[in-house]
Ligand binder design. Structure first.
Ligand SMILES: Nc1nc2c(ncn2[C@@H]2O[C@H](COP(=O)(O)OP(=O)(O)O)[C@@H](O)[C@H]2O)c(=O)[nH]1
Ligand SMILES: [Mg+2]
Length: 291
């Protein structure tokens, strides 16, 4: 299939080392994932690097996901990690505050232990991390509202790290930890490509579009058919139907399926096709079953 992206071992090793180093400075990991692909948008290596460090999962872009699927994912991820919150970082002005509050709540048991030992708990130190395009910068901007102050040095912590005093009880690293997406199975790669976490330049746009069409037709039968006025069940046929519907014809009179693919992916990425979640909890659980 489609997405064959090579990561050079040198790059990976450097990124891994940097991430491991930065993790030492924090008490809590805030891992962002795209609510439309909550399994594909994680990085399995984080599990190894994070060790037992508490983790709060943020599902971003809920405004473009399927609300019922999001509710299922939040419940499932809450069982698997310390907590999970689904947010619309674009339109919900309170999303930053909600994340701060949940982060402090997650760390309360640790802080309670410190109090029991007679230590006055210091502010929780947190780091946002995630693969490209999941909303890390948007979240940091939301949290770093105009009332937050930046401070460059913290005792016991590498000097080069800059922190945002998001709350008297929470400091957040101002630079997010970027993880590379996981490409080692075709479906994950196809989903990441469909939602734009992999650079389009290196990919076959028509293949990505057809993969996404196939997924949507399987999970949301009738959805594309009604948007593009076509009963096509074959992804290639659907691309042609999109070209017809959007009037995309090349100069030689042939339907421009390449532009149809671009337009379709653009509509999908912007949530114009409705709230769609292309991975459901059950399929992930099945993947996790021992062989
Ligand atoms: N609709 C919507 N768009 C979002 C949300 N969060 C982030 N975005 C958009 O997703 C894109 C990637 O966000 P960015 O913060 O740059 O991701 P990063 O690469 O993880 O730092 C940007 O165009 C954001 O405006 C969200 O909750 N809803
Ligand atoms: Mg960013």
């Amino acid at each position: 299939m489609v997405v064959k992206v090579q990561w050079y071992p040198g790059h990976m090793e450097k990124a891994r080392r940097e991430m491991a180093e930065r993790l030492k400075a924090v008490d809590l990991i805030i891992e962002l994932r795209d609510a439309r692909i909550p399994a594909a948008s994680t990085n399995p290596l984080l599990n190894m690097l994070a060790g037992k460090k508490p983790r709060l999962i943020i599902l971003s872009k809920t405004d473009m996901a399927d609300p019922a699927a999001t509710a299922e994912w939040v419940a499932a991820l809450k069982k698997q990690y310390d907590s999970c919150l689904a947010v619309d970082l674009m339109r919900d002005p309170h999303s930053g505050r909600k994340i701060i509050r949940e982060a402090i709540r997650v760390m309360e048991p640790m802080r309670e232990k410190q109090r029991a030992k007679g230590i006055r708990p210091r502010a929780v130190r947190a780091m946002a991390c995630g693969i490209p395009n999941v909303g890390k910068s948007t979240m940091i901007n939301r949290i770093a509202g105009k009332n937050t102050v930046k401070a460059a040095d913290k005792p016991g912590v590498t000097r080069s790290l800059t922190w945002i005093h998001a709350d008297p009880e929470l400091d957040l690293l101002d630079t997010p930890g970027v993880l590379w997406p996981k490409f080692d199975d075709d479906r994950t790669g196809a989903l990441l490509a469909a939602f734009g976490s992999i650079n389009d330049d290196i990919l076959d746009i028509k293949m990505i579009a057809m993969d996404a069409i196939h997924e949507i037709q399987t999970l949301y039968p009738g959805c594309l058919e009604s948007i593009y006025d076509s009963g096509e069940v074959n992804p290639n046929g659907m691309l042609k139907a999109i070209a017809v519907k959007r009037n995309l014809v090349r100069e030689d009179g042939v339907l421009d399926t390449r532009r149809a693919a671009e337009m379709f992916l653009n509509e999908l990425r912007k949530g114009k096709l409705g709230g769609l979640t292309l991975e459901h909890v059950r399929s992930e659980e099945q993947e996790d079953l021992p062989e």
